[in-house]
Design a protein around this ligand. Structure first.
Ligand SMILES: [Zn+2]
Length: 215
């Protein structure tokens, strides 16, 4: 039997807004890009027959950007934010959205999108020059898995900015407080990693392939 393509329908946001939004995507395309959906839609797992997936707590705006990235290799969220941000507050809000997108890419195991997001944070002045606020750190620790390099990036940036954690913040995000203390007991932020360099340091693509973003 040939593996005929089919459309998967996602219904997103039923629990967070009055009308959920629907997105359609080719199953083959989705499975090509997402190791998570490849496993859950093609394997022996319960969802392999599914054509409709409900994500009631999902944010339609973030999910829409994710689908846009899968279909086109880019998303307006990445090339419009930053460039359009008019003030610090807008940049902070944009950053929250992008961190959420990273969390989704992390969950779905779409590594090129995660790498791309780190590049945006490192290279767009709107993000690279602004200090990372505690709310960003907190969000990163909520949405990104412990092994995600975005945690290391956030830690390095926090140290480079010379930001301090208050007692209250330590309580709110104890895992970050521990990581920070550990890093400070070592040697401080590593000097050879310049935030504005084009670097693979925070990428997660396999080390034996040439960096797809920097050639
Ligand atoms: Zn790379």
């Amino acid at each position: 039997m040939t593996d005929r393509d089919q459309l998967i329908m996602f219904v997103v946001g039923a629990a967070v807004q009055a009308l959920p939004e629907t997105f359609f995507i080719s199953k083959i395309l989705l499975c090509q890009h997402s190791a998570f959906y490849k496993m859950s839609l093609q394997g022996d797992w319960g969802e392999s027959y599914k054509r409709c997936i409900e994500l009631p707590k999902g944010n339609p705006r973030i999910f829409g950007s994710f689908i846009e990235y899968i279909k086109t290799g880019n998303t307006k969220m990445l090339w419009l934010t930053g460039a359009n941000a008019e003030n610090v507050q807008t940049a902070r809000t944009d950053m929250h959205h992008i961190i959420s997108l990273h969390g989704l890419a992390d969950m779905c195991q779409v590594i090129p999108l995660k790498d791309r997001i780190l590049d945006v944070f490192i290279n767009l002045p709107m993000y690279s020059q602004a200090p990372l606020i505690f709310e960003h750190i907190e969000q990163i620790y909520q949405v990104a898995r412990p092994e995600s390099k975005i945690r290391q990036w956030a830690l390095d940036k926090w140290q480079r900015n010379g930001s301090q954690l208050s007692d209250e913040q330590e309580k709110q995000c104890p895992r970050f407080a521990i990581a920070l203390e550990h890093a400070m007991n070592e040697s401080g932020p590593s000097e050879q990693i310049q935030m504005n360099d084009f670097t693979c340091v925070y990428h997660e693509h396999a080390g034996n392939i040439r960096c797809p973003l920097h050639q």
